[in-house]
Design a protein around this ligand. Structure first.
Ligand code: PMP
Length: 354
């Protein structure tokens, strides 16, 4: 069915932007003036609107709350050096949202609704996009089940929404990660590749155990043997060993990171040999011990690149080479930022200018 993308826009009376200190933005705590909404009823997406950011009123029996039929995305828009609004690879987020939706028995959302809703929202709240390099507007699109029904079945009604929050320059030092060998995030045939709410709830307890032991995050391993590296927190993980960049293939247990794909593309441009193949925990530990591991880092929308300084495994903690001496990860971070902020040519057509 072809949907007509007509959006009803209700502007807020008083913008809250004056209350925001753009020099000190707390991640995920400040929301822009407006939000986009659409409803799925009678088999199609309808009632497209942008309204002032506000609370929702929901029945306590709303099925998403009980059974977790809920999927989301995370992406960013930037003010580039020309003052334009630049969104990084939004079509990839739209299609990943639908891949997640399919797995959770949620009806697909037509890409034109995703894109038009997003673009109209960004135009309306463009003054909320910070313009310093390193800062951006974090965008949260999501779909959740809204049937008022206590019984397990796919909902027949849903809401799609987008809200945004300005985020400051993401600086966190290098992270200390623990290779998880007891708990699992995802299993073959499971939902690991979907950005489904429940995947994140299930990861909280094991992550807290690791935090209690002094780690920032976990590196998940395969559920069956815990011998192969999967991903880390909300990032994919990569290792540079010798002249190769190693990362796990995504399959059905790992989220297909958009930053991951961008970094792999740029790694080829840089001249590294890219190996997307199962990565054994023992091979990484061995490479640390014999000095061939040069870099280890996570890739994701929030930080783009997060250097890994230490890896814990069972009772041992391994120290990785100093971040200052690393070559590829700082290069790729700068290369990606230059493309996003318009300082370098967008050779791969990743940037959508509004
Ligand atoms: N893995 C998981 C589980 C994530 O939640 C994320 C964040 N979306 C990523 C990897 C990185 O994906 P992306 O580069 O698209 O942000």
């Amino acid at each position: 069915m072809t949907e007509t993308v007509q959006i009803d826009i209700q502007r807020c009376q008083n913008s809250r932007i004056e209350q925001v200190d753009f020099n000190d933005i707390k991640f995920g705590q400040v929301y822009s003036d407006h939000m986009f909404m659409a409803d799925y009823v009678d088999g199609h997406w309808t009632n497209l609107k942008i309204i002032p950011y506000q609370n929702l009123s929901l029945s306590p029996a709303t099925s998403a709350i009980h059974y977790g039929q809920s999927v989301f995305e995370g992406m960013k828009a930037y003010k580039n050096t020309k003052g334009e609004i630049a969104i990084f690879r939004p079509e990839d987020n739209a299609s990943r949202l639908n891949a997640s939706a399919n797995r959770m028995c949620i009806p697909e959302l037509p890409e034109e609704i995703f894109m038009s809703g997003l673009i109209e929202l960004l135009k309306l709240d463009s003054s909320w996009i910070p313009n310093k390099r390193g800062t951006s507007l974090y965008i949260r699109p999501f779909i959740f089940a809204t049937d008022e029904y206590i019984g397990i079945r796919p909902s027949s009604t849903y809401k799609f929404m987008i809200f945004t929050c300005p985020v400051g320059s993401y600086y966190s030092g290098a992270v200390k990660v623990k290779i998880e060998t007891k708990y699992a995030r995802a299993v073959r045939g499971g939902t690991g590749y979907a950005k489904a709410a429940g995947n994140y709830a299930g990861s909280l307890y094991p992550a807290r155990q690791a935090q209690n032991d002094g780690f920032n995050q976990l590196i998940w391993t395969d559920a069956l043997t815990h011998e192969y590296i999967e991903e880390s927190g909300t990032m994919n993980v990569m290792f540079i060993i010798g002249d190769s960049l190693l990362t796990a293939p995504t399959g059905d247990t790992i989220l297909k990171g958009i930053t991951r794909n961008s970094v792999l593309t740029l790694a080829r441009e840089y001249g590294l040999k890219v190996e997307e193949r199962p990565v054994k925990v023992t091979e990484v530990l061995y490479a640390i011990k014999n000095g061939t591991l040069k870099e280890a880092f996570g890739t994701g929308t929030a930080a783009t690149i997060a250097h890994i300084s230490h890896i814990g495994h069972e009772d041992d903690i391994y120290t990785l080479p100093e971040v200052e001496g690393r070559k590829f990860s700082p290069w790729v971070l700068d290369r990606l930022d230059s493309i996003k902020y318009g300082d370098a040519e967008d050779t791969y057509n990743w940037v959508h200018i509004v």
